[in-house]
Design a protein around this ligand. Structure first.
Ligand code: SAH
Length: 258
């Protein structure tokens, strides 16, 4: 197994020097795939200078307009956060997270997402992630410099890679590939639309309903076929709402897939 399927995603980075330092941290630990979501200044001399002998990582960096785009093809997306959030999400420490990510990278693309220097990641961005990782730093000052945080995570990934212990991974035995982030996003949009049509979701007072549902599905990690089944159920529900009767075709088609 290798680290090739693991990408580091930086969201909206302000300082080009940090981007260069991230490239260096990555290359030192054997990672090569860098994705930049809306960097404020890139390419930039300071990034090149701070990358030292890792300018190849900068040269091959992919620049995206949105985080959704940056992780669309990933089966596992991990968000990094320096502090707890209002709605807790499944949380791992860097070591266990690296082991999990490394094991899954044998099967599909994996992303580690890092936030802005001043504000970190938004709640919406964190909710795109299956799980969160926190570097258990000093409670009095827990926010690391962006590149230092990438260094810690990359180091743990390297240690896992070198230890080569991971052979038994539950997902490796699975019969279906996990749903991609893009598929799950489409499912969430479809779910929200259906819940609005049903009158279950009140647009004037949505509270945390969609957040809690996202967390539930991200925790369950549905596979490809399961998401297709769930979408089939939504389509049947919408049909029933609109026409007042069920459509044999839709439900039979969904059941055929199972
Ligand atoms: N002031 C911001 C912290 C930004 S630090 C906040 O309160 O959220 C920039 C980025 O470095 C963070 O978005 C995160 O990706 C990473 N980072 C910094 N400290 C971290 C920690 N203790 N654990 C995990 N990630 C951390």
């Amino acid at each position: 197994m290798s680290l090739d399927k693991i990408r580091i995603v930086l969201v909206n980075t302000s300082h080009p020097g940090n981007i260069g330092a991230v490239a260096r941290a990555m290359k030192n630990m054997g990672l090569g795939k860098l994705v930049l979501v809306e960097p404020r200044k890139f390419p930039h001399d300071e990034a090149t200078w701070r990358a030292a002998s890792a300018t190849d990582v900068l040269d091959s960096a992919q620049v995206c307009a949105t985080l959704e785009e940056a992780v669309a093809d990933c089966g596992l997306v991990v968000g990094t956060s320096a502090r707890g959030r209002r709605i807790p999400w499944p949380l791992l420490d860097p070591r266990h997270c690296a082991q999990r990510a490394y094991a899954e990278a044998g099967e599909h693309e994996v992303a580690f997402v890092f936030g802005r220097e001043d504000r970190g990641l938004t709640n919406e961005e964190l909710q795109l992630c299956h799980l969160h990782v926190n570097i258990p730093a000093n409670e009095e000052y827990s926010s690391l410099n962006l590149a230092m945080a990438v260094q810690v995570i990359s180091y743990e990934l390297r240690m896992t890679h070198l230890s080569g212990e991971l052979t038994a991974d539950a997902l490796a035995e699975w019969d279906q590939p996990p749903a991609s982030t893009e598929q799950l996003q489409r499912y969430f949009e479809h779910l929200e639309e259906t819940l609005l049509e049903l009158g279950f979701l009140n647009p004037k007072a949505p509270k945390q309903l969609m957040t809690r549902l996202r967390r539930l599905y991200n925790r369950a990690r549905p596979d490809d076929m399961e998401v297709n089944i769930l979408r089939g159920i939504l389509t049947s529900t919408q049909y029933q709402l609109k026409h007042g009767r069920s459509v044999g075709d839709v439900s039979t088609a969904a059941q055929d897939e199972v």
